[in-house]
Design a protein around this ligand. Structure first.
Ligand SMILES: [Zn+2]
Length: 718
């Protein structure tokens, strides 16, 4: 049996209960504790019920659904009904039969199972229901394909866990210098995502494995499971060297690949000994770091040193986008461009950035993009191609590798990508850009220790296993590469006083792994950060937190520096320690490190003691002022800001605040209410800082404010 036949056997088993005959698949299904006589469908329990278990919360289930353009994977306390199940299964059976009639490939079958069976479980013989039927089928077929390879009988460790890492991605994306910055940046980000997909497809195809053996891909990192034959190990080494040679030729030292692998057996992947699982991941991480240090051969190192002799380097010519001088340069419109940047510039347009279908060819076509190991990527239908990559809706009849892609962007009236200046113009209040960077707190620890049994001797049925880790990875990919588009398309939270309709005025530059980089109108970025945080909290049953930085910038400031400064803010948000010296993370650093707040401290509809409530109070004051006199609200806000800002150094500011309130043109009642609140806030922490931030936000939301009046004097690039 080959992969396709095994996948079909699984489908027949699930739909018509045909017994599995392939001995390898039988063995693999037994590893996963699946009863192969009859599948037992069950509501899919959320895997997050068992992650980082510190408190007892209700048991959550996934809705019985297919992957669609909606937000998938939200949780419910209710199990599906018998009627819902039978209608779901009848549709599944119908779809499977229809697909079978088209003689599907393993790719089509995997895509079909992924789209259909990601939110339903198959109950195992030890009553586990937090792994989707898709992950169970996929993992079983991956294991069976390995077991079926020509393993020597003496092989005690039949499997190899492989880690593949492409380094330099972020620096390569952000380190560019171009006028159409946003389109260029997004084109680069998409190019690198596609590059990793091409690498993985090429690697798996060469080893005669399907994508079932790919456990995880995101953020330039991938994990695969292959066999432990000598030939496989040699191929991995050769593949790494060959790919690095291609990287050296096309990117110099900007990008490089490292591949490491560790032999393992079923006990490592499914056993009850947590330490064996942990050491598997520790060992592969160590091995990967070692590979990164020895990534170039002696010959490659010698070649790399040759660049100083290149004509362009000696003449001081460099690519005007990526600044390389060691390669051929083409001059277009008085700008020198290297081959890759030229290709990317031609690739970077609205139509291509929204494209869903990519052809990978062995021949160079006009406007195609170079890909590792002498592949090319083309958007036009070529006469011959090696394989197809596609994203967006599943297409059952298409034999292609499906991948999730966070590719939301705001469009102009003529449906073009909104550039940086246009996004800044779309801001409410002051016309500035917001840059949002965020990632999950302690995710590495969650993967290694998140499913650790509470007691060492305890046999935890929800222990870390191959399929549980694959399931967790899948959930995160789904959130950051697919659901993220929905989150931007369906905004929920806004700064108080902001009214908008439609999708966010923003563009995803990068979203993958657990890492997000989005640029947009500044007020939108604050609301969006809260939307991401809210969605992630409910999606993960509050088991994973996120920290973020939001930078505020002039649209003409260099993007690379925006990325760096916002990264610093994000790091700061993660570094804040509480009174016990513990980094609690789960925070947002807004504009400058000083304004680092817990999420609930910023905007919550119900809380009375946060920035939002303070903005509302101040807005009430300003509204009343406007009604009763033509008082200058901005100068009043500045007065208040000065008092709140300086009170730490000089208590006289309390008296000044009291005096200013006393002279306001307000009703006695309002004056008393507001006065009392403001005087209380100025004297107590964290009210003092929250009020300062509330005033800053109100000033920025005021469209009449001029640059010289900006209160955030310490922020670079404003
Ligand atoms: Zn270049």
């Amino acid at each position: 049996m080959n992969t396709t036949e095994r996948l079909i056997a699984c489908g027949n088993w699930l739909t018509t209960h045909t017994p599995i005959s392939d001995p390898y698949l039988k063995k693999a299904l037994a590893y996963l504790k699946l009863d192969t006589t009859k599948p037992t469908w069950a509501p899919l329990e959320s895997i997050f019920n068992y992650l980082n278990q510190s408190q007892t919360t209700p048991t959550y289930y996934n809705h019985l659904e297919r992957i669609s353009s909606k937000f998938n994977g939200s949780l419910t306390e209710t199990k599906y009904t018998a009627t819902e199940l039978s209608s779901f299964l009848s549709d599944f059976e119908h779809g499977f039969k229809k697909l079978l009639a088209t003689k599907p490939t393993s790719r089509q079958l995997l895509n079909f199972y992924e789209s259909e069976l990601s939110f339903i479980a198959l109950e195992t013989t030890d009553n586990i229901t937090d792994i989707s039927a898709y992950q169970l089928i996929k993992t079983s077929v991956a294991l069976a394909d390995i077991l079926a390879t020509n393993l020597s009988a003496t092989e005690t460790k039949p499997f190899r866990l492989v880690a593949l890492d492409v380094s330099g991605i972020q620096a390569y994306i952000y380190g560019i210098n171009t006028s159409k910055a946003l389109v260029g940046l997004r084109a680069r980000s998409l190019y690198l995502d596609l590059m990793v997909e091409v690498l993985l497809t090429d690697l798996l195809t060469n080893l005669a494995y399907s994508r079932a053996n790919l456990l995880y891909v995101g953020g330039g990192r991938a994990y695969l499971l292959v066999d432990n034959r000598q030939a496989t190990q040699e191929f991995l080494k050769e593949f790494e060297a060959r790919t690095n040679q291609w990287f050296v030729e096309n990117f110099n030292i900007q990008l490089y690949i490292a591949i490491a692998s560790v032999a393992c057996d079923n006990d490592d992947l499914h056993g009850s000994n947590y330490e064996r699982y942990r050491s598997l991941f520790t060992n592969i991480t160590k091995a990967l770091s070692k590979r990164k240090l020895h990534r170039y051969s002696a010959k490659q190192l010698a070649d790399l040193n040759q660049f100083k002799h290149s004509v362009n380097y000696q003449a001081g010519r460099e690519c005007s986008v990526c600044r390389r001088s060691d390669t051929n340069l083409t001059t277009i419109d008085e700008r020198d461009l290297c081959t890759i940047c030229l290709a990317l510039e031609r690739f970077g347009n609205t139509k291509n950035l929204a494209a869903n279908l990519f052809y990978v060819t062995k021949t160079k076509l006009p406007n195609s993009l170079p890909m590792p190991n002498n592949y090319y990527l083309s958007l036009k239908v070529p006469t011959e191609f090696s394989f197809i990559l596609y994203t967006g809706d599943y297409q059952p009849t298409l034999d292609g590798v499906h991948f999730f892609n966070g590719n939301y962007f705001a469009k102009t009236a003529t449906n073009e990508v909104k550039e940086l200046t246009e996004l800044a113009q779309a801001s409410q209040g002051i016309k500035r850009l917001g840059v949002l960077r965020c990632d999950i707190d302690n995710l590495g620890t969650a993967f290694v220790q998140g499913f650790k049994p509470k007691l060492a001797a305890q046999l935890n049925p929800h222990r870390p296993t191959l399929e549980r880790i694959a399931m967790l990875s899948f959930e995160l990919s789904l959130f950051f590469k697919k659901n993220i588009n929905y989150i931007l398309n369906h905004p929920k939270r806004y700064l108080p006083g902001v009214s908008r309709t439609g999708g966010r005025e923003a563009m995803i530059i990068y979203s993958g792994g657990d890492d997000v980089f989005i640029v947009g109108a500044w007020d939108e970025m604050v609301g969006l950060a809260l939307d991401i945080k809210d969605h992630l909290s409910s999606y993960t049953n509050h088991r994973l937190n996120i920290s973020a930085g939001i930078g505020l910038f002039n649209a003409h400031y260099p993007l690379a520096t925006m990325a760096e400064l916002t990264g610093d803010l994000e790091d700061y948000a993660k570094s804040v320690v509480n009174q016990d010296g513990v980094q609690t993370k789960n925070r947002l650093a807004l504009f400058e490190p000083k304004f680092t707040v817990a999420w609930d401290e910023l905007l919550t509809a119900t809380a009375t003691n946060n920035v939002q409530a303070k903005m509302a109070t101040l807005q009430a004051l300003l509204a009343e002022q406007t009604n009763t006199s033509s008082g200058d609200n901005t100068s009043l806000l500045y007065k208040l800001l000065t008092y709140f800002r300086n009170v730490k150094n000089d208590k006289i500011n309390i008296a000044r605040l009291a005096y200013t309130i006393g002279r306001l043109n307000l009703s006695e009642k309002l004056k008393n209410d507001l006065g009392l609140k403001l005087l209380q806030w100025i004297e107590t922490s964290p009210n003092q800082l929250q009020t300062e931030l509330a005033i800053v936000l109100l000033v920025y939301l005021n469209r009449e404010v001029t640059s010289s009046q900006l209160p955030l004097t310490k922020v670079r690039g404003l």
